[in-house]
Structure formats: structure tokens, C-alpha cells
Write a protein that binds this ligand. Sequence first.
Ligand code: AMP
Length: 552
Amino acid sequence: MPTPIQPKVLPSTPSATNPALMIADLLDSGVRLAGDNPIVYRDQKRLSYREFQTRVHQLAHLLSAQGVKAGDVVAVLDWDSHRYLECFFAIPMIGAVLHTVNVRLAPDQILYTMDHAEDVFVIVHEEFLPLMEPLAEKLPRVQKYLLCQEAPQAVNTPLPLAGEYEALLAQQPTHYPFQRFDENAVATLFYTTGTTGLPKGVYFTHRQLVLHTLTEANMLQMPGIELMNRDKVYMPITPMFHVHAWGVPYTATLMGAKQVYPGRYEPEMLVKLLLTEKVDFSHCVPTLLNMVVGAEAIQSGKISLKGWKVLIGGSALPQGLAQKAWDLGIDTRSAYGMSETCPLLTAAILPPDIDQADFEVQKPWRCKTGIAVPLVDLQIVSESGEPQPHDGVSVGEVRVRAPWLTQAYYKEAERSEELWQDGWLHTGDVATIDERGFVQIRDRIKDVIKTGGEWLSSLELENMISQYPGIAEVAVVGVADSRWGERPVALVVASDPTNPPEAEGIRQHLQQFVDAGKINKWAIPETLLMVNEIPKTSVGKLNKKQIRQELA
Ligand code: AMP
């Protein structure tokens, strides 16, 4: 251990202040920069930033009047909306904790998360009343439910309602005396579902969210990436319940960008909003982009999304998909992170010597996981914890440090210590890092395929297969094999089911990569199954656990 150094720390004059980092400051910034810029909800509501700010004050009054106080946990069950954005601010700004409930989980998992989080007040969209009603008696801590409706109408529900969101909001004073408090107070809480066990709660403080927002803003404006600024239009297609839609609503608000919230993700509404609101920038998982680029109206050219920029994360962006999007004028980039990391860790910011105008040259770089963003310390390590060289070949587990990583799983001492070992957060992902610091996630540790003693990256194989014509989607998993330990199996969805690609053609296409020394010949799957659909998780990723179970 080196001897600790003694840097100079000077006293502050008694009258000096050193303000805590507060989520409230993000909102003030947006209003100052662009008070008239709109926040749009479907084709139903438009608010200026100034009006939005007033509504945040009113929501704070509403919650306080209902007895919600600092330290309480408030659950939200809604699709992406201006209301949700109001909750992103008002709930933490009064010192309470925003629990964004993953409404796509099974009811018993939702019940588990709401009970475990100790929710005391619930903001619920009318669509989720049938889900919530049978659960309510098992959630005795919840005192009241605040109902969100698309249009006022009478409801018949046994839930103890506080009233309707819009109606109650309108009655509130327009200024709330928000206080500054400890920046390490918890602001948000949500649950991540791993491949095993019960959902785990992760939580983030005001300080963490502010630092994450500032860094994300910096990343989104970097030269060559330039995805968002005050004058761009933003629409999320990663649900707000999932890692705060990657924190981008906070970042868009900081910048004062026009924001468009699509409600429930319905293809027609999404496309309508993309066109009528002239959306410049969105983010989503690859499967969602795949759905958009495969839509008949887009394929036939009836609808053009030219100029739309999409940040892809949550899973690897296959080069085949990046190409299909590019052919339609859609610009894609990758970023990497996880629920536990707030999420941002890396982004595909192109190195300066890569031709900024040549897509062919850029394509592999755009699809790599990217370089660690400012303030993120990222290493790949061997099983014994030895850092691996940055040679683009050596693989190791990704471990990270950054000022915005969940400090524990909520009320889970043992799993928290598994996540954090030796002062590093262990991601459970294996990756390579090249000489330039570009990270390439090769697999989840659990998804790596071990065949004949060799290690095979399912993501790499998916990327290669995706580049064969006529393939809409592909998933590769390992299945047990008595001779080789495991063999890869590929599930393929054809772009045109009446004219699916030949398995032999795909194998020949893979042979090129074998000949080029990129994979060895054992990587070519004997089993290529043409399927109509690939199972997805609650956030739209390829559900490899389910695929493996079904194949077994
Ligand atoms: P979640 O916590 O549900 O957001 O999932 C996080 C996991 O998604 C990470 O640990 C990675 O395995 C995977 N992931 C996220 N972004 C990427 C990416 N750009 N490329 C490959 N895998 C990714």
C-alpha cells in the first residue's frame, strides 16, 4: 500500500456555500435554456418547459398534500409520458424515492418488487388498474393510488384512490418551496431481472444522477456523434421504467431539447410522432430498431425516416442491422451499460483518424461497444483478477468504477458483495479492449459457448450471420453436446418468410470468416433453425435463457 499523500485542503470562509448536486438543477437548466421548447405527449398534449416546471411544482404539492414525505417510496406504473417525466423530477425533488415499476414483468414479480421496495404511494395509469387491483391487498403499506387517465371518465375500482392526476394537479399552488438536501439521498429505485433468482433493486442518488446526466450530455454532443442538443428533437424508445430510459430524459431536460413521449409503444403512433414531430434522436434495443426497419411501410419507401439518429444499447448492434438502417438513411451508434451502472459506461465515439464520411469504414466501429466515457474507469480482468492487455484479442471480465454505480442491491447484502468485489463493480460481461481503448463485448459470461474446449462468442456469430442477405433477426445459443461440451445453435427469422435464406448459404457465408481467420471452423453451427419469432425479455432483448430452455 502506498503511503497516503497529504494534499492541501483549504478552509471555506463561513459565508461560502458548496451546493449539493440536486436533480432540481437539471430542470432549472432546461427552463433557462429553452423555456418555450415543447414537451409533447402523443398527439394529446403539448407543454412548454415553463409549463412543465410549474406542473412539477404542482405535483410536489399534490404528493405532499397526500402525505408523501421525504424518504417515502413512490411507485409509478405508466407508459412513457409527460406525467412520467414530471415524476422523474417532483418525487426526488421532495426527497422521496421514485420507484419506476417494470410493468412488463409478470404480476407476481411486480408484486414482489413493490413489496420489497416498500412503496407507500402509487401513481397508476388506468390501463394498469386490472393488474393492480388483485395485488393491492398484498401491499398493505400502500396508502393511496393516484389515477392517470387519458380523458376524464368515471372509474369503478376498489383501490383507495386519491383522485385523478390532472384534476388534482390543477388544484395545486404553482410554486413549491423545494429545499436542497444531502446529495447522497436516494432519488430513484428500480428492479433488474437477472437470469436467476428474484428481481434485484438498484438505486441511484441525486449526486449520481446529476454526474451521469452531465457526462451523458457531454457524450451526446461529442464530435462525430452529435446526437442531441437544445435544438434537436428527442423521443425515447427505451421505456422510462428501464434505467430511467438510460437517463436520457434527464439529459434532454438539462439541454432544453424538445421531448416527445409516445405512451405505450404502438408502431403506428411511434412512426406518426417520428414524422410529425420531426424527431432527430432516439435510443432503443436492437430488436426494436429491427422491427422499425422491417416494417412494410418503411421498406416500401412509403415512409422515410431519413436523418433519424438512433443510439443502440442493451445488446450488441449487429453490422447487418446497422447496414439495413443506413440504407434507409438511419444513422446508428452503440453504447454500453447496465441497470447497475445507471447505465452509461461506453459509447462508440469514432476515433479521429476514422474517415468521418465513409460508412463502410465506420460500420465496424459504430457497432463496437465503444470507449469508456469520461469518469468511467473500465478494465478487463482474468478470473484471478489480473488486468488483461489492450490488444483486441485478450478477453476478460469487464469491471468498472464510476461515480454513478449502484452501491448495493437494495436490501441484498450477499448479492451486493458478489456484484462488488475488491472495490470494482463486476459486470458479468466478457470483452476485449483494443490498442485505442475500444471495448468490444464478446458475451455475457452466462452466454459464452464452450465448444471442443474453445471459447465462442455468441454475439460475434450473430453479427456475422446478420450480414447475410434476407435475415431479419438472429440469436445464437449454446446447447449441451455429449462430444463437444456445447454446440452453437442459430435461430434465424427471415425478412421474407415466403423466401427464407438457405441454411447452406448461411454456412458458406460463415466459411469466409473461417477462411479469414476470424473464427475457427467449429464455430459454424450445424443447426440453423428458421423461426417466425425469437423470444424476448421484458425490455425487448433476445431472451437466451428461454431459448436455451426451449431448445433443451
Ligand atoms: P440491463 O441491465 O438489462 O440493461 O442489461 C445489461 C446488459 O446488456 C449488459 O451487462 C450487457 O450484457 C448487455 N449490453 C448492454 N449494452 C450492450 C452493447 N452495446 N453490446 C453488447 N451487450 C450490451
